[in-house]
Design a protein around this ligand. Structure first.
Ligand code: GLN
Length: 484
C-alpha cells in the first residue's frame, strides 16, 4: 500500500477500500490534509464539506465492516462544481445572487455518486453561472492553476480542474456548455470529459444554456473518467432531455489501435494556434499513428461560425433560464426596494456580475421580436450545419483529434479586459456542444515553461466507447507527469 493515499487513482482507492487495505476515513484525512496545505494558494473550493465527508467516509467503513456490498466509488473523495445541487449545502454558482441558497435536493449525478459510496468533499469555484473561460468571473475568489499559481486554471470549471490536478480529491465534476470541462482539464494537466448531450442527467445542475449543458468528470486517468461516467450516466426520468442510452463500461487498455480512423480537421490547425500547442498535438497524433491508427485530414467547413452561433444561442437560453433569479425564491434579496419592480431591479442589479449581465442583455436582444429571426433563428439554422459537418466527417473517421485550446494556460488578467478575446479561446470546443457529441481533453505534454497542454479527442454522439479506447491506449503510450 502506498504511503500517500492521495497518489492513488479513484479506481485504486475504491479497490483498496473494498479490500480493506485502506479505510475511507484515512483516504479522506489524506485529502483534507492536502486541502489545508494547498487551499490558501489554490482556492479551488467555495465550500469544504468536512463534517459531512467524515460522516460519509465513516458510513462507508461501517458498511465494509458489516459486510455490506460497496459501490464502485467506495471511499473516493469527489468534488463538485458549485452549480450542482448537493442537498443541505449552499449552491452559489459563484454568484452573489445565490449567496445563502441551500440546495433542497441532490442532483441526479450527485445522488448516483452517493449511491456509489463516493465521499463528497466540497463545492468548487467557477465563473459566475459557468459563464467564462478562466474562473476569473467568480464573484468570490480566484482559483490558481496548480502548475503555476500566476496563471488561470481555465474555466468555467476551474475549481474542479485544479482540485483534481492538485490531488485535493480523486475525482471532480464540472459542467460543459461550450468548453468548461475540456480547457480547464488541458490547463491543469488532467483528463476532462464532456459526454454526449443527454448521456448524463442535468437534473439538479443549475441551468445555463439547456440545449448545450452537460455534466462531466475530471480525473487523473482515462480509466477514472470512464469509471466516473459509468456511475453518473444513464437514463433519468427527471430530465426529459436525458437519453435512454447507458454509458459504456470502463474498457481495458487495448494492445494497439489498428483499424481506428482518426481525422484532423483542416479548419482547426489555423494561424492563431500557438506553435507549442500545435507541436504537442501533432506529436500526440504521431503516438496514435504509432499505435496503428490511420490518420487523414477531414473538413468541418462551418467551424468559423461556431463562436458567433454559440454566443447568440447560449446567452439567449441563459437570459431565459436566469429570469428565475429575481430575489423572491432563491438566495440574495435587496432589502430596501420601493415596490416589486424595484425589488427585481435592485436584486438583479446587485446580485449578478458584469459578465452575467452582458449575457442577459445579449440574449434578451437576440430573442426580442424584430431580432429573433435575424439572430436566434438564424443561429439555430447554422447550428444544424455545424452538427452536419460532424455527421459527414464521422462517415470517414471514428475520432477527430485536435487541440483543446489555442494557447497554453494564460496569466490572470491577460484577457479580462477583452471579452471577445476570452470568447475566442473557446474556438475548438464549442462545436462539440453545438453538435452534442462526446469529447475529451487529455494531457499531451508540457510547454517549454512547464505548462500542461491538451489534446482533444472528439467522437460521434454516444461514441464514448471509441473515445475511451483510444484515450486509454494513448495514455499508456504517453504517460503524463503528475504534479509533485
Ligand atoms: N466560455 C463559454 C462561456 O462563457 C463556455 C462556458 C461553459 O462551457 N460553461 O459561455
Amino acid at each position: 500500500m502506498t504511503a500517500d493515499l492521495t497518489a492513488l487513482s479513484a479506481a485504486g482507492i475504491a479497490g483498496a477500500v473494498r479490500r480493506g487495505e485502506a479505510s475511507a476515513e484515512a483516504v479522506l484525512d489524506a485529502h483534507l490534509t492536502r486541502v489545508e496545505r494547498l487551499e490558501p494558494t489554490l482556492r479551488a473550493f467555495l465550500t469544504v464539506t468536512r463534517d459531512r465527508a467524515r460522516a460519509a467516509a465513516r458510513a462507508v467503513d461501517e458498511k465494509r465492516r458489516s459486510g455490506g456490498p460497496l459501490g464502485p466509488l467506495a471511499g473516493v473523495p469527489v468534488a463538485l462544481k458549485d452549480n450542482l445541487q448537493l442537498e443541505g449545502v449552499e449552491t452559489t454558482c459563484a454568484s452573489k445572487i445565490l449567496k445563502g441558497h441551500v440546495a433542497a435536493y441532490d442532483a441526479t449525478a450527485v445522488a448516483r455518486l452517493k449511491a456509489a459510496d463516493a465521499v463528497i468533499v466540497g463545492k468548487t469555484n467557477l465563473d459566475e453561472f459557468a459563464m467564462g473561460s478562466s474562473t476569473e468571473n467568480s464573484a468570490f475568489q480566484r482559483t490558481a492553476n496548480p502548475w503555476d499559481p500566476a496563471r488561470v486554471p481555465g474555466g468555467s470549471s476551474g475549481g474542479s480542474a485544479a482540485a483534481a490536478a492538485a490531488r485535493l480529491c480523486a475525482l471532480s465534476f464540472g459542467s460543459d456548455t461550450g468548453r468548461s470541462i475540456r480547457p480547464p482539464a488541458a490547463f491543469c494537466g488532467v483528463v476532462g470529459l464532456k459526454p454526449t448531450y443527454g448521456l448524463v442527467s442535468r437534473y439538479g445542475l443549475v441551468a445555463f444554456a439547456s440545449s448545450l449543458d452537460q455534466i462531466g468528470p475530471f480525473a487523473r486517468s482515462v480509466e477514472d473518467a470512464a469509471l466516473a461516467l459509468s456511475v453518473v450516466g444513464g437514463h433519468d426520468p427527471m430530465d426529459s432531455t436525458c437519453a435512454s442510452a447507458a454509458p459504456p463500461p470502463v474498457p481495458p487498455i487495448p494492445p494497439d489501435l489498428k483499424g481506428l480512423r482518426v481525422g484532423l480537421p483542416r479548419e482547426y490547425f489555423i494561424s492563431g494556434l500557438d506553435p507549442e500547442v500545435e507541436k504537442a498535438v501533432r506529436g500526440a497524433v504521431d503516438v496514435l499513428k504509432g499505435l496503428g491508427a490511420s490518420v487523414r485530414e477531414v473538413s468541418l467547413p462551418h467551424t468559423q461560425y461556431a463562436i458567433a452561433v454559440y454566443y447568440i444561442l447560449a446567452p439567449s437560453e441563459a437570459s431565459s433560464n436566469l429570469a428565475r433569479f429575481d430575489g423572491i425564491r432563491y438566495g440574495f434579496r435587496d432589502r430596501s426596494p420601493r415596490g416589486l419592480e424595484e425589488l427585481y431591479e435592485r436584486t438583479r442589479g446587485a446580485g449578478f456580475g458584469p459578465e452575467v449581465k452582458r449575457r442577459i442583455m445579449l440574449g434578451t436582444y437576440a430573442l426580442s421580436s424584430g431580432y429573433y429571426d435575424a439572430y436566434y433563428a438564424k443561429a439555430r439554422r447554422v447550428r444544424a450545419l455545424i452538427a452536419r459537418d460532424f455527421e459527414l466527417a464521422f462517415r470517414d473517421v471514428d475520432l477527430i483529434a485536435c487541440p483543446t485550446t489555442p494557447t497554453p494556460p494564460f496569466r490572470f488578467g491577460e484577457k479580462t479586459d477583452d471579452p471577445v478575446a476570452m470568447y475566442l479561446s473557446d474556438v475548438f470546443t464549442i462545436p462539440s456542444n453545438l453538435a452534442g457529441n462526446a469529447s475529451a481533453s487529455l494531457p499531451c505534454g508540457l510547454s517549454a515553461a512547464g505548462l500542461p497542454l491538451g489534446l482533444q479527442l472528439v467522437a460521434d454522439r454516444f461514441g464514448e466507447a471509441a473515445l475511451f479506447k483510444a484515450a486509454r491506449a494513448f495514455e499508456a503510450a504517453r504517460p503524463f507527469p503528475a504534479l509533485p
